[in-house]
Design a protein around this ligand. Structure first.
Ligand code: UDP
Length: 240
């Protein structure tokens, strides 16, 4: 049973448990997919049924933002901890490297996935970069063919929300991968194109504020966060 926050069900797992579940999924040929919604995505799901279906169909739904963890707490159904997608997949790749696993990096602007691949290969010796493709393609067909020819264990899908979630749901049956995850701007972070908040900001759960400082145009999108907290409080007061 999933922990429901404003209509989106989350798996109540710690980071360590999520990584274990990911490792188990890598052992079976069926293409499972993982999603990591933040409050913004929860609000998108309320307005976009196709996005909600894509999230609900995932094998693992992880709470990316601290807002989701707070929301669950306010609703009286606490989630153990925040499990950011970018960290989840780094830990998974670290484990995969030890057994010579392979990844395909899909998404971001041209050149970013290749750069991310070089950095990941250097960081995790043993990890095989099976292939890369930018995220600005028109036809799915040739990209799916390229991925299937590379036959990676793990496919990182970084096309932004909710495009990546819908893409995984629509194409899972055509893809020869064992596991995939929708990871937003993670390739930009791995490539070093976008820096993550310093650890001190992360420890204070202020990663969102740091991001806003660096990318102020996100304010419009981030205004979904207060709305999210308002809705959560409303549900709590109505005793849901
Ligand atoms: N992106 C992409 N194709 C698109 C739209 C976006 O590959 O059609 C990439 C974009 O370059 C960026 C990532 O998707 O690397 C989205 O990053 P963002 O930080 O906005 O993540 P989100 O908040 O959407 O998870």
């Amino acid at each position: 049973m999933r922990t429901e926050v404003l209509g989106v069900g989350f798996d109540a797992v710690t980071m360590a448990e999520a990584v274990e579940r990911g490792m188990t999924m890598l052992e079976t040929a069926a293409p499972d997919y993982v999603v990591t919604p933040n409050p913004e995505m929860v609000m998108v799901c309320r307005e976009d049924p196709e996005a909600a279906r894509a999230v609900a169909g995932a094998s693992l739904v992880l709470p990316d933002g601290i807002g989701v963890v707070y929301g669950a707490k306010i609703l009286g159904r606490p989630l153990p901890e925040r499990v950011p997608g970018a960290d989840f997949s780094l830990r998974l790749m670290e484990r995969m490297a030890a057994r010579g696993g392979s990844v395909f990096l899909l998404g971001a602007k041209p050149g970013v996935a290749e750069l991310a691949g070089e950095k990941l290969a250097a960081r995790f010796p043993g990890l095989r970069i099976a292939g890369t493709n930018d995220g600005y393609f028109q036809d799915d067909g040739p990209v799916i063919q390229k991925i299937n020819d590379a036959a990676p264990d793990f496919l990182l899908v970084c096309l932004g929300v909710p495009k990546q979630e819908k893409w995984m749901l629509a194409n899972r049956d055509k893809l020869k991968v064992r596991l995939m995850a929708g990871l937003g701007g993670s390739l930009d972070v791995y490539a070093g194109v976008v820096e993550r908040a310093p650890e001190s900001w992360q420890r204070l759960n202020l990663e969102w504020l740091y991001r806003l400082k660096k990318e102020p145009w996100r304010l419009g999108r981030m205004m979904r966060l207060p709305k999210f907290l308002l809705y959560v409080t409303g549900e709590r007061l109505r005793g849901k």
